[in-house]
Write a protein that binds this ligand. Structure first.
Ligand SMILES: O=C(O)c1ccccc1NCC(=O)[C@H](O)[C@H](O)COP(=O)(O)O
Length: 222
């Protein structure tokens, strides 16, 4: 069975990049949401994308960004994917895909069963879905809050497109999350930090080790 693919979101420094490369993560997320403690400027992100090794998927994360903002990001650096983490509609997802010719991952916040219909709707237009915990109503950030949702809601789900499990994952709980949900892709931001926006190389190594060791998931009986 294929190895679990890990995305580490909110990479800001050369040391962060070295840690994810050493840990054999598959994706990095570069956060362009100005209110985030993980925010990177265009120049910081540009340097990171050029330093990233071949094969590491570089994702640009935006929240309800307009075309001018996205134009500036995409023109400044070589990205492999865009992550839309706001209230972008399915039409907007399709528009962004067409405009930039890049794969798009749409984040969908999940708190209860009723939120799962949106995962299906977005899977009709996006290339990947990030199934994340729904942010609290008063939260400043729509993601990266270190909150988990009830993984049983997505246990053994199959959607039209590849999906990634996110929300409150840590080195201590990621193996259980994989076993329960059978997710093949895993995303983390605050669970591998020592303080908001400060990545911790030891936690990144522990997280990816725990995820990569967990190949099985619960078998689907047919
Ligand atoms: O991480 C942020 O600061 C952030 C800000 C605004 C929108 C999205 C953000 N993060 C998106 C991610 O992909 C996170 O990795 C995901 O939400 C999980 O975060 P965490 O629960 O902290 O592991």
């Amino acid at each position: 069975m294929a190895e679990i693919r890990v995305k580490v979101c909110g990479i800001r420094t050369d040391a962060d990049l070295a840690a994810v490369v050493a840990a054999k993560a598959a994706y990095i997320g570069l956060n362009f949401f100005p209110k985030s403690p993980r925010f990177v400027t265009l120049e910081e992100a540009r340097l990171l994308t050029h330093a990233a090794p071949e094969g590491l998927c570089k994702i640009g994360l935006v929240v309800d960004a307009d075309d001018a903002t996205l134009d500036a990001i995409v023109e400044a650096m070589p990205l492999d994917m865009l992550q839309l983490h706001g209230k972008e509609s399915p039409d907007r997802v399709a528009e962004v895909k067409a405009r930039y010719g890049l794969p798009v991952m749409k984040a969908v916040g999940v708190a209860d069963e009723g939120d799962l219909a949106a995962v299906f709707d977005y899977s009709l237009v996006a290339d990947q879905i990030l199934v994340d915990a729904k942010a609290p109503k008063d939260a400043v950030l729509p993601g990266g809050n270190g909150l988990a949702f009830d993984w049983r809601l997505v246990a053994q789900r199959r959607w039209l497109k590849p999906w990634m499990l996110a929300g409150g994952l840590t080195p201590a709980n990621v193996a259980e999350a994989i076993r329960l949900t059978n997710a093949r892709q895993i995303d983390v931001a605050s669970g591998v930090e020592s303080a908001p926006g400060q990545k911790d190389a030891a936690k990144i190594a522990a997280f990816t080790k725990a995820a990569h060791m967990e190949k099985g998931g619960v078998p689907i009986l047919r």
